[in-house]
Ligand binder design. Structure first.
Ligand code: SF4
Length: 451
């Protein structure tokens, strides 16, 4: 296997920059705009990257450091930027995330904001949510989680206890968010889903440009997260660390339950059972039918997928859930790779997949695409599953790539990739099976048009 014995640099990291994740989380708050404290290029890169995936307009402001600010601090630039944003956008919320530059020079954004509020008067200002996102220390998933936690920290307010549910699904697609909302509504559950960028990052046609797209979790609902009966958080990135659910549990006593992303029958069953327990309602027929169709398709396609190897790469939450789903359908997730720091992914997969060692699974944490390529070359999986960043390997080694999660830059519909629930699982399952069949069909010396 091609690995770096003594890594001195990263070649095409399997992760993105932390403020990018923060921007996405802020796009899930109603009436919010965001500003990056640092150099202008960071905002441009993040806008370019996100627009390419979501195919939606996206404004990201910048405090736009000059040379002076880079040496003496950017307090004046940030205050000026906030003034401009408020004047032009009239936002309900401003999310402020730091970049590598402002983190490196050690700007104390909390103190700058205190001075700003004191100077301008709190009553005249929108809610200001500040998050520290040094990209040299974390991934886009870390930035997303940190921004979500900062928003809850800044806004949650204790009042009357309510029988509501907080659902913090993590960095899923707008399509998955819409499906989760539909599920909660079908169970009759009062909920706050956050961050909700299902409309802001996947909107319909507008008559004219909107400075702030409609949609997002209302500030009122975020305030109310402190009074919920329960929080459910998806994803291993939120386990044992800083997360909005953990914060609400510690500060306001709202019980926090962590679950994997519901990909696959077992993971979705667990989530649905939890919804049954919370709501006291029975599972609506439509989900029983979806589940039945999914299991029927597992049976139909078992002979095509059993024992087939796949390489999965990307965010650790997606990789963890996808690997367990692949194991559920009889495939072998022979490579599970993420750019997230080592520690959580392998530990989780060892606990979730029986006979982990016997199945020959290689987990690559803190990985870049050079390391992933070496592993793919060595183990020759039949299919790769992950973002479009895997395309170069897929093309070079002639292995089909199933695009999912973030980012997908070379196809349309990135915002509508579904993975969650029985229907999301059905879609990814069909894609995997059909991709295997297509490869087999193309490689057949005689060709076939009937199976
Ligand atoms: S300098 Fe840091 S914050 Fe800016 S784009 Fe690069 S990694 Fe992201």
């Amino acid at each position: 296997m091609k690995t770096r014995e003594a890594p001195v640099s990263v070649t095409n990291a399997c992760k993105l920059c932390s403020p990018l994740g923060a921007v996405l989380a802020f796009k899930g708050i109603e009436g919010a705009v965001c500003i990056l404290h640092g150099s202008q290029g960071c905002a441009t890169y993040i806008r370019r990257y996100m627009i390419s995936h979501y195919k939606e307009p996206l404004d990201v402001a910048s405090s736009s450091f000059s040379e002076d600010a880079a040496v003496f601090g950017g307090a004046a630039s940030l205050m000026q930027g906030l003034d401009n944003l408020i004047k032009q956008y009239r936002p309900a919320v401003i999310g402020i995330a730091t970049t590598c530059l402002s983190e490196t020079i050690g700007d104390d954004v909390g103190r700058i904001l205190q001075d700003y509020v004191k100077n301008r008067g709190a009553a005249k200002l929108p809610a200001l949510i500040n998050v520290s996102t040094p990209a040299y220390k974390g991934t886009h998933a870390d930035g997303f989680l940190a921004a979500a936690k900062s928003a809850v920290e800044a806004l949650a307010e204790k009042s009357e206890k309510e029988n509501t549910l907080n659902l913090f699904p993590g960095m899923v697609s707008p399509e998955d968010i819409r499906h989760l909302k539909e599920l909660l509504a079908d169970f009759g559950i009062e909920y706050t889903l956050f961050p909700d960028y299902s409309e802001t990052m996947d909107a319909g046609q507008w008559g004219g440009y909107k400075l702030i797209p409609p949609g997002g979790t209302p500030v009122k609902s975020l305030k109310n997260t402190a009074n919920a009966a329960l929080t459910i958080e998806f994803g291993i990135s939120a386990q044992n660390g800083d997360s909005p659910g953990k914060f609400l549990e510690e500060k306001f006593g709202v019980k926090n339950v962590n679950m994997p992303l519901p990909i696959g029958v077992k993971a979705t069953d667990n989530f649905i059972e939890k919804l049954e327990e919370i709501s006291g309602a029975t599972v609506p027929d439509k989900y029983l039918f979806e589940r039945g169709r999914l299991i029927d398709s597992y049976v139909d396609a078992h002979k095509y997928v059993f024992g087939v190897k796949a390489a999965v790469f990307g965010d650790e939450d997606m990789v963890a859930a996808m690997a367990v789903f692949l194991d559920e359908i009889g495939m072998v997730p022979s490579i599970c790779a993420s750019g997230a720091p080592a520690g959580k992914l392998e530990k989780y997969l060892r606990s979730a997949i029986t006979d982990f060692d016997g199945k020959g699974i290689t987990v690559l944490e803190d990985a870049d695409f050079e390391i992933i390529e070496g592993a793919v070359e060595k183990t020759s999986p039949a299919v790769m599953i992950g973002s479009s960043k895997g395309y170069k390997i897929s093309r070079k080694l002639d292995i089909p790539l199933i695009r999912c999660a973030f980012p997908v830059h070379d196809r349309i519909g990135g915002a509508r990739i579904a993975l969650a629930g029985y229907t999301g699982t059905q879609k990814i399952f069909d894609s995997i099976v059909n991709s295997l069949l297509e490869a087999r069909q193309d490689a057949s010396p005689v060709g076939f048009s009937y199976m």
